[in-house]
Design a protein around this ligand. Sequence first.
Ligand SMILES: [Zn+2]
Length: 85
Amino acid sequence: MIMKIFVLVAILAGIYFFFKIKDKKQDEQKYADNEEVKAVEMKQDAVCGSYVEETTKYKVRLHDKIYYFCSEECKNQFIDENTNH
Ligand SMILES: [Zn+2]
């Protein structure tokens, strides 16, 4: 009886470590994907000066130049400054 429990625990431990290793590999894959995202070109926010990814949704095209922003706030501020003058 004790032997059966021991075998059962050993099998469960085996399954546990199998999935643990699998998860770790998936995490490494995710990390590799993030590294690719970081390779996106960075553009400077014309309002606050912080750097944002080129793929940001906060961007404005003005006089054939595209301006990038970190947030809706910066984008709106830029539009205000360039349309009220
Ligand atoms: Zn900003």
